[in-house]
Ligand binder design. Structure first.
Ligand code: VGL
Ligand code: ZN
Length: 212
């Protein structure tokens, strides 16, 4: 099997490996903890690693608790489009919002927080759901002259997919390492996300294609 060579200019983006997305968390992703050892191993092969961190105010618009009569996983219409409603999660300053302490990536360089504007969600590490408000990540990667973007983390069908699609839109060659992710898979979201990623030109790999 041919393995993909990681260049010193490539970057691994570790998406939302936070306690609320791990078993026991408020928006637990099944098997989310299983990716952590693999993410650590992959990160050791990259010179450049950045993290994203979902970081919501307690009254965030994406929380079902803010909408009378609405339950998690239902949807509402917002000015920027359809919004899935979630259990309260990743509230700024809470334990659930912390990056997992089992991540062992001391050379990680940047943490991009997102979703901190009350009225707009942000699955993507690059821009909010209004598709206008930028996080600064593209500018950071470009200013540092970094190359291909590899994405792992949680969840495959939301923050990983949206981050990967927006990396492509910024002109980066983009790879999602499938076994370094786990999905929420609500109402067909996983299948849709892989189709959207393929349409955007995102490459789908397994970690053994990198690690050998
Ligand atoms: C995420 C739902 C809500 C994610 C974040 O990290 O995939 N999903 N907020
Ligand atoms: Zn969120």
């Amino acid at each position: 099997m041919t393995t993909i060579a990681i260049s010193p200019r490539d970057v691994l983006v570790v998406v939302d490996v936070q306690y609320d997305f791990l078993p026991g968390g408020n928006l637990a992703v099944a098997g989310g903890d299983e990716i952590v050892p693999l993410v650590n191993t992959l990160a050791s092969r990259f010179t450049n690693v950045v993290f994203t961190q979902d970081w919501h105010p307690a009254n965030h618009v994406s929380f079902a608790s803010q909408h009378a009569g609405k339950a998690p996983f239902e949807t509402i219409e917002l000015p920027y489009g359809t919004q899935v409603l979630w259990p309260d999660h990743c509230v700024q300053g809470t334990h659930g919002a912390e990056l997992s302490h089992d991540l062992d990536i001391p050379h990680g360089q940047l943490i991009i927080r997102k979703g901190y504007n009350r009225t707009v969600d942000s699955y993507s590490g690059f821009q909010e759901a209004d598709r206008k408000t930028r996080t600064g990540l593209a500018g950071y990667l470009k200013e540092r002259g970094l190359g291909s973007v590899y994405v792992v983390g949680l969840a495959t069908d939301f923050c990983v997919a949206w981050t990967a699609i927006d990396a492509r839109a910024e002109g980066f060659a983009t790879v999602v390492i499938e076994d370094g992710t786990r999905p929420i898979d609500a109402n067909g979201s996983l299948e849709r996300a892989w189709a959207d990623m393929a349409a955007a030109g995102v490459t789908r790999l397994m970690s053994r294609q990198i690690l050998g």
